[in-house]
Design a protein. Structure first.
Length: 199
C-alpha cells in the first residue's frame, strides 16, 4: 500500500495519542532507514537490530514530546547513534577499541534502479561512485548522507554529529566540491540519486 503524506500525518496524530497501531506503522516506516544508518556506522547487523529495538522501546515507554514527523525522524536517528555509541563503549565492542574522534567509520554503498540501467552499466557506474566516495572523509560521507538521503536539517545534523552548524555546512560543501572535482561523468544530482540507504 502506498504511504501518502495524509496517511503519515494521520498516523502521527494517532501516535501522539498513544495508539499502538500508529506506533507499529512508524516502526515499519522508519526501521529500514534506521537499520541502514546503523550499518553505515560500522556496527554489526545483530547490534544494529538490538539498538533499533531499544530505541523504539524507549519511544514506546517514555513517549517523548515530538512536534512533527520530521522531528520524530531526527529523534530516532539521534537516539540510534547514541545507543550505538553506548554499545561501542560496552564489552560487546571491546575488541573495536577506542571510539574517540571519528569513532564510527561511516561508509556508503551504492546501487541504481535495475529497471532503468542494464546490469553491465550498473556495475560500471556503481564502481565509479564507490571510487568517488573513497576520497571523502567519514564525516563528509555521514553529513552528505544525512542531508541528501535522509533530508535532515543542518541544525539536526549538527546535533547528531556534535559539530557546529557551520562545520556541517562546510563538510557538505567540501564533499560536493570534491565530488564535482573528481567526477567527470556523473552529474552531482545523479550521483546523489544513486546513493542508497541500505548498507
Amino acid at each position: 500500500m502506498e504511504v501518502t503524506p495524509e496517511k503519515i500525518a494521520h498516523n502521527f496524530i494517532k501516535f501522539r495519542e498513544g495508539d499502538e497501531e500508529a506506533f507499529s506503522f512508524f516502526y515499519k516506516y522508519f526501521v529500514n532507514d534506521l537499520y541502514a544508518y546503523g550499518r553505515s556506522l560500522g556496527a554489526e547487523e545483530k547490534y544494529v537490530m538490538d539498538a533499533v529495538q531499544d530505541v523504539f522501546l524507549k519511544v514506546f515507554f517514555d513517549k517523548p514530546h515530538l512536534t512533527s514527523v520530521e522531528h520524530f525522524k531526527y529523534f530516532l536517528f539521534k537516539s540510534l547513534k547514541n545507543r550505538l555509541y553506548d554499545l561501542f563503549k560496552s564489552k560487546s565492542f571491546a575488541k573495536i577499541g577506542d571510539i574517540d574522534g571519528e569513532v564510527l567509520n561511516f561508509s556508503i554503498k551504492t546501487t541504481v534502479l535495475d529497471e532503468i540501467i542494464e546490469d553491465e552499466d550498473r556495475m560500471i557506474i556503481q564502481q565509479k561512485i564507490e571510487n568517488l566516495l573513497s576520497v571523502l572523509s567519514s564525516s563528509q560521507k555521514e553529513a552528505l548522507y544525512l542531508r541528501y538521503i535522509q533530508e535532515l536539517a543542518y541544525s539536526e545534523i549538527s546535533e547528531m554529529m556534535d559539530k557546529s552548524e557551520m562545520a556541517i555546512r562546510k563538510l557538505v560543501s567540501q564533499a560536493i566540491h570534491t565530488i564535482r572535482k573528481e567526477n567527470k561523468i556523473l552529474p552531482m544530482l545523479v550521483f546523489i540519486g544513486l546513493l542508497y540507504s541500505g548498507f
